[in-house]
Write a protein that binds this ligand. Structure first.
Ligand code: NAP
Ligand code: ZN
Ligand code: ZN
Length: 369
């Protein structure tokens, strides 16, 4: 027979009856694939024991936000509040939180939860959770099934295991894009141990591409930017690239046939992968991180001739994201940003589609009033 439980005290009865303290938060959302982003109110959950609540100060604008807002990957749950590159300051913590305290600088990237028990989660590869991780937005909370909302908002509540420590040594707004663009390029470059003695080609100079150039150069590789935009050559070199080639000029590509040990493809739109595979040397690897909505056509003969590989890579796990942030703090690496007010977000999306971003839009959340 179960032991008789003690009668609840007056105080605990009151706590049990108290309404859940959800907080209403201002945000920007898309209501449908063809709607512009517009002001919207959301609720953040009441603090669970291991939750961290923080005021979002800056949020980067990733091309994935655009793919998702417009349902280009057919996975969006509306209304969608995009944003998975957020940095902010802790305003409250649950009573079992160990790693953070009020006032700390924190960051949250693309993930807010995972099963924590599968082999990948145990290895710190939460991005490849075999049960299914919870995305920062358009995901479903594992406890109550609520839809998750992202960083185009004033505050957020996230389990401490998915919150990153942010150094106060770097300009905070320029750190925000590291939470996605940074880790998504750092992770494959580390996995394939790209460094000294390697020739690395970076396809596309946008948010991801410019971080790939910075990391590639920082790891000691010879970096060549492969771009459709002639106007980006000087910037590419300033960011750390040693060489530049215009991919719309067949003569420039011909000279690079068989040249690269590694290529990292960050292109957001439909394009010809074979054009780049041909530039790999024997045993060369093309790492695909760009995620165009349409499937790629790959000529197998191009892979066979030179035992080349084509591979994918998705964001990064929590331990590696912290490692990347610490590496950036140590080496003074941040994103090159254009700060915007939140009411400019629809124009920012249009400019991103025209490859006109140098090199990451970051929303100043003070503008969300
Ligand atoms: P972005 O800032 O818009 O940059 C994309 C760049 O690709 C453009 O600046 C442009 O560079 C190049 N480009 C665009 N259209 C092109 C075309 N038709 N042909 C050739 N090049 C083209 O985008 P982003 O935020 O870096 O994201 C890039 C892609 O990565 C998106 O699809 C995004 O969803 C995906 N992503 C994937 C992961 C992951 O986990 N794997 C994480 C984050 C983002 P140039 O002007 O230099 O040609
Ligand atoms: Zn992203
Ligand atoms: Zn898992």
């Amino acid at each position: 027979m179960p032991a008789k439980s003690a009668a609840p005290s007056k105080k605990s009865r009151a706590a049990a009856k108290a309404p859940a303290k959800k907080s209403v938060t201002r945000a920007y959302a898309a209501q449908a694939p063809d709607s512009r982003l517009a002001p919207f109110q959301i609720e953040r959950r009441e603090l669970r024991p291991r939750d961290v609540k923080f005021d979002i100060l800056y949020c980067g604008v990733c091309h994935s936000d655009l793919h998702m807002a417009r349902n280009e990957w057919k996975a969006t749950i509306y209304p969608v509040v995009p944003g998975h590159e957020m940095v902010g300051r802790v305003s409250a913590v649950g009573d079992k939180v160990k790693k953070f305290k009020i006032g700390d600088l924190v960051g949250v990237g693309c993930l807010v939860d995972s099963c924590r028990e599968c082999t990948n989660c145990k290895k710190g590869l939460e991005q490849y959770c075999t049960v299914g991780n919870v995305l920062t937005y358009s995901g479903k909370d594992r406890v109550n099934g609520d839809i998750t909302y992202g960083g185009y908002s004033k505050q957020n509540v996230v389990d401490e295991d998915f919150v990153l420590r942010i150094s106060d040594k770097l300009p905070l707004a320029a750190v925000a894009p590291l939470l996605c663009a940074g880790i998504t390029t750092y992770s494959p470059l580390r996995h394939w141990e790209v460094g000294k003695g390697h020739k690395l080609g970076v396809v596309g100079l946008g948010g991801l591409g410019h971080m790939a150039v910075k990391f590639g150069a920082s790891f000691g590789a010879e970096v060549t930017l492969l771009s459709t935009s002639p106007g980006k050559e000087a910037d590419a070199k300033r960011l750390g690239a040693h060489k530049f080639a215009l991919t719309r000029d067949p003569a420039q590509l011909k000279k690079l046939k068989g040249y690269f040990d590694f290529i990292i493809d960050t292109v957001s739109a439909k394009h010809d992968y074979n054009q780049y595979l041909d530039l790999l040397t024997t045993d060369g690897v093309m790492m695909c991180v760009g995620a165009p909505p349409t499937p790629a056509e790959v000529g197998i003969f191009t892979l066979m001739g030179g035992r080349r590989s084509i591979a994918g890579s998705g964001i990064g796990g929590l331990p590696e994201t912290q490692e990347m942030l610490d590496y950036c703090a140590k080496h003074g690496i941040v994103s090159d940003i254009e700060m915007i007010d939140i009411d400019y977000i629809n124009e920012a999306y249009e400019r991103m589609l025209k490859s006109d971003v140098r090199y990451r839009f970051v929303i100043d959340m003070k503008s969300l009033t």
